[in-house]
Design a protein around this ligand. Sequence first.
Ligand code: SF4
Length: 175
Amino acid sequence: MINVYEQYWYPIINSFHHGETALTPHIGLSTAEYTALADTVELPPIDTQDLPQYSAITLRDELLSMREDELNDLTELLTDFMNTNQPYAAQMAKVIAVASMGSQHLWKDLGMPERPRLSQLFHDYFPQLHALNNRNMRWKRFLYRQMCERGGDYVCRSPSCETCTSYNECFGDEV
Ligand code: SF4
């Protein structure tokens, strides 16, 4: 059985500590949730103000507060599809929603070592979304496509992917 702490939570928190994510203070969670997860993966919890990237993290937090509706929509989508049998599933939905607001590929903004690890994370934490992404769409684009289909106005300017000028942005390699 996959140890989700070792596979996912450790790299997320470790990358956050090294300034290699697009996450906000406490990886986007409450102080208590972040501390509990850091303790579980045996990394020392660090006060955001003690991180070398403190100013960048707080700036990101301020910018995200201006996109609160979008963040809430992403969190709601992920929460609706989360596998509640996994530990800290609601927290994973929130962390991925925050990372999705970053500017790089989702696996990088989340702090995963490579894209396949992120796909595995979706398989374990959001199995229905993993199954729905059967064309291997870029994960961020896929999430926004899902929000688009739920009635949001986020990505798609074309009714069909095949005729869309953004095709390569949605389906190109995520490297
Ligand atoms: S290729 Fe175009 S239509 Fe398809 S998901 Fe991307 S933006 Fe939307």
